[in-house]
Design a binder for this molecule. Structure first.
Ligand code: CO8
Length: 254
């Protein structure tokens, strides 16, 4: 079954996530498919902006919990595992993302990696890693904090609570909110408008804006190291097992 649908029209490359059996959970093979699609579009001369969206009712349920529960600390470190896609920060063309339903954990980190975020009214953004005795490993602590500031980031990351579309707009995680039925047409028209402008200039604006994210690389490297520590802890295994067994976790704080 195809889990990523790629189309290209009027200068816009469109990657639609459609892993229907697990709400677009970001397994390693699914991430590879998304990354390959994005990199292939970025390399095309006729593509001047890229849109990411979901074909399902939710945007993305985050890292694949079933897959993570079978992974050891050594495996996570050796593969630089981060429970998310890795290509978006390397994409040179403007990246627009259209979000409806839940963007959780790695799904929210994918959103945070994009350049313009268009939210449907049903969108909710959350980092539930803490409920699994885990933490973000794909930039969540860094990009969310840079987008919304320390106090909202701490609240979202330490409590696991979700921001709805209007709250996310108010704190700067989202660029625009529209009704769900207008989501894809609006996101597509934004991407098409950008694609109609001079692409060397849109690329340079993107590069320059990203330079405002001071010390991002340093923060990402430290976050990855802290994140991999979770895999060596009792509570993380317990958190993942409790999710899969649909029960409350029993954390021992180690
Ligand atoms: N991974 C794997 N499978 C998933 C995931 C997931 N993240 N989310 C949902 N599924 C599966 C469910 O198990 C279920 O499968 P089945 O039908 O076989 O039981 C199917 O998708 C449908 O899910 P639900 O029945 O739960 O659907 P609902 O509509 O009732 O609920 C939710 C949708 C609210 C999205 C709910 O599924 C949910 O809460 N999912 C988990 C969200 C979550 O906690 N995501 C964060 C994961 S952590 C992360 O992304 C960051 C990386 C952290 C790595 C930490 C390493 C140190």
């Amino acid at each position: 079954m195809t889990s990523v649908v790629v189309t290209c029209d009027e200068g816009v490359g469109h990657v639609q996530m459609a892993r229907a059996d697990a709400l677009n959970a970001l397994s390693v093979p699914f991430c590879r498919e998304i990354d390959e699609a994005l990199l292939a579009l970025d390399a095309r001369e006729d593509v001047r902006a890229i849109l990411i969206s979901s074909a399902l009712k939710h945007f993305c349920a985050g890292a694949d919990i079933r897959e993570m529960s079978a992974m050891t600390h050594e495996e996570a470190k050796a593969s630089s595992f981060m429970g998310c896609v890795s290509a978006p920060p390397r994409i040179t063309k403007p990246l627009v993302v259209a979000v409806k339903g839940l963007a959780a954990g790695g799904g929210c980190e994918l959103v945070e990696m994009c350049d313009i975020v268009v939210a449907g009214a049903s969108a909710r953004f959350c980092h539930p890693e803490i409920t699994l005795a885990a933490m973000p490993g794909a930039g969540g602590t860094q990009r969310l904090t840079r987008a919304v500031g320390k106090h909202i980031a701490m609240d979202v990351l330490l409590t696991g609570r979700a921001l709805n579309a209007e709250e996310a707009l108010a704190v700067g995680l989202v660029s625009r909110v529209v009704e769900d039925e207008h989501l894809e047409p609006t996101a597509l028209s934004i991407a098409r408008l950008i694609a109609s402008y001079s692409s060397p200039v849109t690329g340079r604006i993107k590069t320059a804006v990203n330079l405002a994210q001071v010390q991002l690389e340093q923060g990402l490297a430290m976050e990855r190291e802290l994140f991999h520590t979770c895999f060596s802890e009792h509570d993380f295994k317990e958190g993942l097992a409790a999710f899969l067994e649909k029960r409350k976790p029993n954390f021992l704080h180690r």
